[in-house]
Design a protein around this ligand. Structure first.
Ligand code: ZN
Length: 443
């Protein structure tokens, strides 16, 4: 008999197809799966269980998903730089590439993954789709990252960014890193999966991209990439190929429902139409787009066109409640229209849309029987009434990661009463600080 667990008495936001919210709700879990969702009394009457999470006066939500993260990014917080980059491409050429990505080694990657993954759990994020960008740390960098994430008990889809920026040899080494990782992890049940990954049309040639597409199809994984984060990629493709980036991807047969395109800030309506036709998935990163002066993606228009758009932190501000809040507000401001991006749509982006974006809609994203038990309990008690009708407006507008009390991933309690059970938080913080100092050395 697998271990059983019940979450009882909370206001349960299921995000099931009927979007039911259950007062004094109950969830019964066996092993890694949700077996029954109902009222607390129904669960108590029908089942006995080994362990219980009391969610009285609390809100219970599906674990949030981050569909675009860079775990190592946590080591750059407060990093001293002599001069702020003046453009998006300046951010890459003067900062991220030489000062961060090219300097990362395995120990920095391991500790960065631990520290950022720890923060994910504490903020109610139970699954991250990550891109590791560290050309001098392969082979074996993804294995190091996976070990840290498994130790934490977080769910993740890991990928290594293959790019011809450094050299062709390095790009192929990156492809191999992903391919081997995908073959090893995707065949088995577990917290960790892999995905193929490339950078952009300005750092990868069409022949290279074609071959990555072929391998991804062969191994049955999707491809995670950055798309038009700044105007630079759009302009580069127009000058070099006389095409927009998505038109180029379409021409080389790259696009499909397993493509996860992050950012899409400068993606034009004619590209959105191609993406809709190919069912390409989008991950929206409003906060990091602001940080690099990139702009504001046309997200309401993409949703209107029928694209699946999820949310990502980009490894920048990693509290997904903050990313939801930015998504809720920024598009209202841009379009001067308070009716766009209602709270329920934004919450869908962080849960069910993200699950679809990473190809896991049958397993996570909602609290439903048969799905993996990835569940978060929030201690959110507002000074006004909290009802099934207004709970999402409350959470998207006023909640934050500090409200997270209990976190269940794959049926296991990994955070209880706000404390992470799987690692020593203080030790992780100290190690992260040491590795940040190594990364910053000489700057
Ligand atoms: Zn990114």
């Amino acid at each position: 008999m697998p271990r059983s667990l019940a979450v009882l008495h909370g206001l349960v936001v299921t995000m099931n197809p009927g979007r039911n919210v259950i007062e004094d709700g109950g969830i019964y879990i066996e092993g890694d799966r949700i077996v029954k969702v109902g009222t607390a009394s129904e669960i108590r009457e029908s089942f006995s269980f080994d362990d219980e999470v009391d969610a009285t006066d609390k809100v219970v939500i599906p674990g949030l998903i981050d569909s675009h993260r860079h775990l190592y990014g946590i080591l750059t917080r407060g990093m001293p730089i002599k001069e702020a980059p003046k453009s998006f491409i300046g951010f890459l050429e003067d900062f991220w590439w030489p000062m961060v990505e090219d300097r990362l080694d395995k120990e920095m990657i391991r500790v960065g993954a631990l520290a950022s993954g720890l923060e994910a759990l504490k903020n109610g994020t139970t699954c991250v789709a990550d891109i590791l960008e560290a050309p001098n740390a392969i082979p074996g960098a993804l294995d190091v990252e996976a070990e840290a994430i498994e130790k934490l008990g977080l769910r993740a889809i890991l990928s290594f960014e293959a790019t011809q920026r450094v050299s062709d040899d390095n790009a192929w080494l990156g492809v191999k890193e992903n391919e081997q990782f995908v073959r090893k992890h995707n065949a088995q049940e577990g917290l960790i999966r892999g995905m193929m990954c490339v950078h952009t049309t300005f750092t990868c040639e069409p022949d290279f991209l074609r071959e990555v597409r072929r391998i991804a199809t062969e191994v049955g994984s999707g491809i995670h990439l950055h798309l038009e984060e700044g105007a630079y990629e759009t302009m580069h493709a127009l000058v070099k190929y006389r095409k927009l980036p998505i038109q180029l991807y379409e021409e080389i047969g790259f696009l499909g429902p397993d493509i996860l395109a992050a950012q899409c800030v400068h993606t034009r309506p004619e590209e959105v139409e191609i993406m809709r036709r190919r069912d390409v998935k989008v991950s929206h990163e409003p906060l990091s787009n602001c940080e690099v002066g990139g702009g504001i993606a046309r997200v309401p228009e993409m949703l209107e066109a029928g694209l699946t758009v999820g949310l990502g932190t980009d490894g920048y501000v990693t509290d997904e409640f903050e990313v939801m809040r930015a998504t809720f507000l920024i598009h209202k401001g841009r379009l001067q229209d308070p009716t766009v991006m209602p709270a329920d749509v934004v919450f869908e982006m962080a849960t069910v849309n993200n699950a679809r974006a990473i190809g896991m809609e049958r397993e996570i994203g909602s609290i439903e029987p048969g799905k993996k038990a990835d569940i978060v309990v929030l201690d959110y008690r507002p000074p006004t009434p909290l009802t099934p009708e207004n709970v999402l407006a409350h959470l998207v507008t006023f909640a934050d990661g500090s409200r997270v009390r209990d976190v269940i991933v794959d049926g296991k309690v990994v955070v209880r009463g706000g404390r992470v059970l799987t690692v020593d938080e203080e030790e992780v913080r100290e190690k992260a600080s040491e590795q940040a100092m190594r990364l910053w050395k000489g700057l």
